[in-house]
Write a protein that binds this ligand. Sequence first.
Ligand SMILES: Cc1ncc(COP(=O)(O)O)c(C=O)c1O
Length: 381
Amino acid sequence: MKFNTKTIHGGQEHDPTTGSVMPPIYQTSTYAQSSPGKHKGYEYSRTANPTRTALEKGLASIENGTYGLAFGSGLAAIDCVLKLLKPGDEVISTNDLYGGSYRIFAKVFENYGIKFHFVGMADVSKWKALINEKTKLLWVETPTNPMMNIIDIEKVSEIAKQHELLLAVDNTFATPYLQRPLDLGADIVMHSATKYLGGHSDVVMGALVVNSKELADKLYFLQNACGAICGPMDSFLVLRGLKTLHVRMQRHCENGAAIANFLKNHSKIDKVYWPGFEDHPNHEVAKAQMDNFGGMVSFVTKSDKMSDAFKIVENLKVFTLAESLGGVESLCGHPASMTHASIPKEQREKTGVVDALIRLSVGIEDVEDLIADLDTALKLI
Ligand SMILES: Cc1ncc(COP(=O)(O)O)c(C=O)c1O
């Protein structure tokens, strides 16, 4: 099956009891057994639930993977990956990444004896020297949140293979519509399914997809042993979201390109971060590993003032000022005080997350309305 067909049918079957086209929301915690250990494949809903199974199969299918796992949040999915490690192990991670990912690495797992190196991974020569016998995991987010840096997944995966390291890619911004990390050599794909996969700002969920049975078994063990699963209703909602992923993403990309170009040509704007620009430092890598450039755009005004950034986000009317991204509705955010507030100021400013930066999650409304909204707010500074 090709991608658009897979978003609808991948890993799915009609419900065997009624033929229902969508899997029912199996709102149950447990399953009848005819004799101890004799059951129809389900024992307890932390371990597995048919609605979650349908979603997990769908997720695996669209990422060109074999095994899917769904969690109660993106961070719960990251937590599961980190629990593959032991005290003394080291991780090399993108330095420009979602603030919550930084927080769980630096503020939670550092306390359990795991060491994290945060580096700009777009330039391989900058971080290769950090690999030593304790290194176990490479953590890549691409495009990065919120600076839209692009990391060459295939190149990183070659290095991971040479040194027998696991490579995990946070594919939240791109989604499998634009980029399939497992095909590029990654071992684990991670998602905040809260974002584009769910697509309607109504669920918090995380996901992992892998190809290796050995790795999948370890992750399923941790998913069940630690218990950070998602419920059947949320599984149903994200499965429904997947079925329109391709049409939503197409419009996100079209609108994202129009907004990025509008901002780039605006007299009050200094920098626009969007991987579709030919002068983006890793545009060629983006072109090679992504099928389009997505709907996330960040920018800084020429005044470079936080007060102007606040004025803009407070006065946008169609864009809602809110945490999160990837829903059908356009959102704007101020990373320094919102999504990336947990990263120390000096560290975030080194990666470009300055106080004047604004991040847009461009939705699928009429783009003329979005441009008019931005134009009106920019007139106020
Ligand atoms: C790139 C990225 N990864 C991970 C997460 C964490 O996911 P969740 O909020 O679903 O726990 C987010 C949330 O914003 C994100 O943007």
